[in-house]
Design a protein around this ligand. Structure first.
Ligand code: ADP
Ligand code: MG
Length: 300
C-alpha cells in the first residue's frame, strides 16, 4: 500500500472548513471571522453582540487566501486511497454563495490553476493509474444517471462540459437550480495489487450539495416550499448518517433520504469521508454561518 498516511489519520471522517474571500463590492470591514488558527481553530464573532464569540475546531481551516492547489494537496492522499480499493466521499456543504462549487469544480475549467478538487482528482488518478495498472470508469450519477468509459482527463473534461451545457440550457436561473439540487460525480476505479495480483475496486464520490440555507416559511409557498423542505430533509439525513458513523452507532439511518441511499456503500465501513464546510465571511451571513458550523461540529 502506497498511501499509508491515509490510514494513519484518526478515524474515517474529517472536516475541513474553507472561508471564501470577500467578493468585489463586499465591504471587508464586515466580517464574522475573527481568528483562524493553524490547527483548525476558528473564532466567529457575533456582529450584533459585542464581545460574543464562538470557537470551533476542525481538522483544517482554509482562509480566504488559500489556493485551489493548497486545498487539493491536503485532499490528495485521501483521493489516492481509492487506488488502494477504498471508497471515498467528498462533500461540499454550505449556504448558496459560500464557495461549494468553487471548491469542488472551480470558477472555470479553461485554466488549470482554477481547477477545483474534482478535475485535479481525476487528473491525478489518471496519472497514477498509468503507473499502477489501474483503470478508471467515469460515471455521472443522480439525477439522470449515465455512465461513460473514459481514458484520459481530456475525456472527462469533455463529458463534464456536456454536463455543464445541459445544465445551462435555457436556464438564466442556473444558479437557482444548482443551489436547489445536489450534484454527485462518481468515479469507479479498478486496480491491481501488483504484489498479490488481486483486483482492488475503489470509488470516489464528489458531491456539491444543495445550498443549506433555511428558507423562510413566510416567503416560500407551494413547489418552492416543498423543494426547500426536501433539501433540508436530505441534508439533515446526511448529517444524521455521518453523526451515527462518527459515534460508531450500531444503527446508521441510511434509508431516510435518497442521497444517503445512493451513497450508502461509500459511507461507513472502510469508507472515508471528507466534508468541506464552506463559509461566506460576510456579517449578513452570520446566522447561516453559525448553523453551518453547528452542522459541521456535530459530524466532526
Ligand atoms: P456556491 O456553489 O456555494 O453557491 P460558488 O462556488 O458559486 O458558491 O461561489 C460564489 C462566488 O464566490 C462565485 O463568484 C465564486 O467564484 C466566488 N468564490 C467562492 N470561493 C472563492 C474563493 N476561494 N476564491 C475566490 N472566489 C471565490
Ligand atoms: Mg454552487
Amino acid at each position: 500500500r502506497l498511501y499509508n498516511e491515509v490510514q494513519d489519520l484518526k478515524g474515517n471522517i474529517r472536516v475541513y472548513c474553507r472561508i471564501r474571500p470577500f467578493l468585489p463590492g463586499q465591504s471587508r470591514k464586515h466580517t464574522t471571522v475573527e481568528y483562524l488558527g493553524e490547527n483548525g481553530e476558528l473564532v466567529i464573532a457575533n456582529p450584533s453582540k459585542q464581545g460574543s464569540h464562538r470557537l470551533f475546531k476542525f481538522n483544517k481551516v482554509f482562509g480566504p487566501t488559500a489556493t485551489q492547489e493548497e486545498v487539493f494537496l491536503d485532499t490528495q492522499p485521501l483521493i489516492r486511497s481509492v487506488l488502494d480499493g477504498y471508497n471515498v466521499c467528498i462533500f461540499a456543504y454550505g449556504q448558496t454563495g459560500s464557495g461549494k462549487t468553487y471548491t469542488m469544480s472551480g470558477p472555470s475549467i479553461s485554466s488549470t490553476v482554477d481547477w477545483g478538487v474534482n478535475y485535479r482528482a481525476l487528473n491525478d488518478l489518471f496519472q497514477l493509474s498509468q503507473s499502477r495498472k489501474s483503470s478508471i470508469a467515469y460515471e455521472v450519477a443522480v439525477p439522470d444517471a449515465s455512465m461513460h468509459p473514459v481514458k484520459s482527463t481530456k475525456d472527462v473534461l469533455e463529458l463534464m462540459n456536456i454536463g455543464l451545457m445541459n445544465r445551462a440550457v435555457g436556464a438564466t436561473a442556473l444558479n437557482e437550480r444548482s443551489s436547489r439540487s445536489h450534484s454527485v460525480l462518481t468515479v469507479h476505479v479498478r486496480g491491481t495489487d501488483l504484489k498479490t495480483d488481486t483486483v482492488l475496486r475503489g470509488s470516489l464520490h464528489l458531491v456539491d450539495l444543495a445550498g443549506s440555507e433555511r428558507v423562510d416559511r413566510s416567503e416560500a409557498t407551494g413547489e418552492r416550499l416543498r423543494e426547500a423542505q426536501h433539501i433540508n430533509k436530505s441534508l439533515s439525513a446526511l448529517g444524521d448518517v455521518i453523526f451515527a458513523l462518527a459515534q460508531k452507532s450500531s444503527h446508521v439511518p441510511y434509508r431516510n433520504s435518497k442521497l444517503t441511499q445512493v451513497l450508502q456503500s461509500s459511507l461507513g465501513g472502510q469508507a472515508k469521508t471528507l466534508m468541506f464546510v464552506q463559509l461566506n465571511p460576510d456579517m449578513e451571513s452570520y446566522s447561516e454561518t453559525i448553523s453551518t458550523l453547528k452542522f459541521a461540529e456535530r459530524v466532526s
